[in-house]
Structure formats: structure tokens, C-alpha cells
Design a protein. Structure first.
Length: 258
């Protein structure tokens, strides 16, 4: 049964289709139907220890680790739980994303949402591409703590162009690892069309930026409308008063009337 399930599941790294070399695209399909899609640019900022010049003290350096194109991946789709696992540089780095769909009580009744519930990032400081002269090199895991991110109504995809930072706590002396996500579009549940995201749910930052972009246009249109209405009222008033008989204010001019 496990072999049959593995044969029915397909995973595809479509990062080469993205015009942005820093953006990756991953798709999980089961029974020839897309069940999870994820697009994003990701980078990890990982602190690690090196010897100071006196070889007595330790100082902290910082490794900037991007998610490489051509990464290996696998996924798991479920009714209420889904997973995406991405590995690169011969599995020196592995990112695992865990998604959860659940219901919430609201003023409108029970509503379903999905969220990113957990993140795990495994890394090896003995890997020399990004870690230089690390003290006591070895494998570590950085994990999220009580994470509730990318909260999205069920049946929709999450979209956020702005950069988001998620903090992870490392097994390496409780160091804080930063995950930087940008240009995100993710949907781990309820995809109705193959290789096509459902309607997007924009993150608050994107919504605010969109409002800031459209607000000057809206205010300009309102101001222009007010000016047009004012000119029309003035024109009508002027036309009406011009057609009225002008009564002389000086009584001495009454004798010339009639």
C-alpha cells in the first residue's frame, strides 16, 4: 500500500519557470491532482561561533543561506494536515513546513482557516559554502515555537509580496535563526484546479500598501468631482439669475419702469 501511495504521488520543483532567480516553485500532486503549491523566496540568517584572533575568545559570525534552485523536495497532503520538505546542497540544509487546517468560532458561526503551524530548519555548520571556520562544527535544528503564521480562510491561497521575518530557536545554544520570506504564494489545501492557485488572500502589509497606492487616486477623483459639481452649480445659478428682471435699488429709477 505504501509503494502504491508513493507511486501515485508526484513532487515537482518548477523553480526554473520563475523569472526571479531567488524565487522557488514547488508542487505536490496526488492521484494526478495538485494538492499543495508553494512559491516563495527564502533566506536564512544563521549565527555561529568562530574563534577570535587570539584563539581564546569566541565571536559570533552570521551566515546568509538562500534556498537554492534545484532543491530536492517531497510533500504530504492530508485533509487537515499537510507538509512540505525541501533539501539542498546534499541535504546539508533541510526546510520543513507544516500546515494545519482547523475551525474557529466567529460572530458569523464556525469558519475554517488554514495556517503555517510549524517550521523546522536543519543545517550543518561543517558545510563550507556558508560557514567559515565554525567552532565545533556539526548538525543543528532550528524550530518555531507556537507558530501561527500565514492564516488564511479555507479554500483560498495566501499571497504576500512584502518580506516577512519568522524567528526560529536553534539547538545550537538557543541561538535565534531568522527566516526571511518574500513573494509568497502558498496553498496547502483545497486546490480545485490542477497547477492553479485559488483566489488569493492578501497579507495585511500588502493590503495596506495597496490602500496607500490607491488612496491618492481616490482622493483626486473625489476632489475633481467636487470641482465639477461646484462649477455646474455656479453655472446654473448664474444662468438663472441672469434671466431674472433686475429691480433697481434706487427708488428714483422707478419712474423709468413701465
Amino acid at each position: 500500500a505504501a509503494a502504491r501511495l508513493a507511486a501515485e504521488q508526484e513532487v515537482e520543483n518548477l523553480s526554473g519557470l520563475s523569472p526571479n532567480p531567488e524565487k522557488d516553485i514547488f508542487v505536490v500532486r496526488e492521484n494526478r491532482t495538485t494538492c499543495l503549491m508553494a512559491e516563495f523566496a527564502a533566506k536564512f540568517i544563521v549565527p555561529y561561533d568562530v574563534w577570535a584572533s587570539n584563539y581564546v575568545d569566541l565571536i559570533t559570525e552570521q551566515a546568509d543561506i538562500p534556498l537554492s534552485r534545484g532543491a530536492e523536495m517531497k510533500g504530504k497532503c492530508g485533509t487537515n494536515e499537510s507538509e512540505l520538505e525541501i533539501s539542498w546542497l546534499e541535504r546539508a540544509y533541510t526546510l520543513k513546513l507544516f500546515f494545519l487546517k482547523e475551525g474557529h468560532n466567529t460572530s458569523r458561526g464556525q469558519e475554517a482557516f488554514w495556517r503555517l503551524s510549524r517550521i523546522q530548519f536543519a543545517y550543518d555548520t561543517s558545510e563550507r559554502t556558508y560557514f567559515k571556520d565554525a567552532v565545533s562544527p556539526g548538525k543543528h535544528t532550528a524550530s518555531s515555537h507556537r507558530l501561527s503564521a500565514l492564516v488564511t480562510p479555507a479554500g483560498k491561497s495566501y499571497e504576500c509580496q512584502a518580506q516577512q521575518t519568522i524567528s526560529l530557536i536553534s539547538s545550537d545554544h538557543q541561538k535565534s535563526v531568522q527566516l526571511l520570506l518574500s513573494e509568497v504564494r502558498i496553498q496547502p489545501f483545497d486546490i480545485t484546479a490542477d497547477f492553479v492557485f485559488s483566489e488569493e488572500h492578501k497579507c495585511p502589509v500588502d493590503q495596506r500598501e495597496q490602500l496607500e497606492e490607491t488612496l491618492p487616486l481616490i482622493l483626486g477623483l473625489i476632489l475633481g468631482l467636487v470641482i465639477v459639481i461646484t462649477l455646474c452649480v455656479y453655472h446654473i445659478h448664474h444662468k438663472l439669475t441672469a434671466n431674472q428682471v433686475q429691480i433697481p435699488r434706487d427708488r428714483s429709477q422707478y419712474k423709468h419702469m413701465g
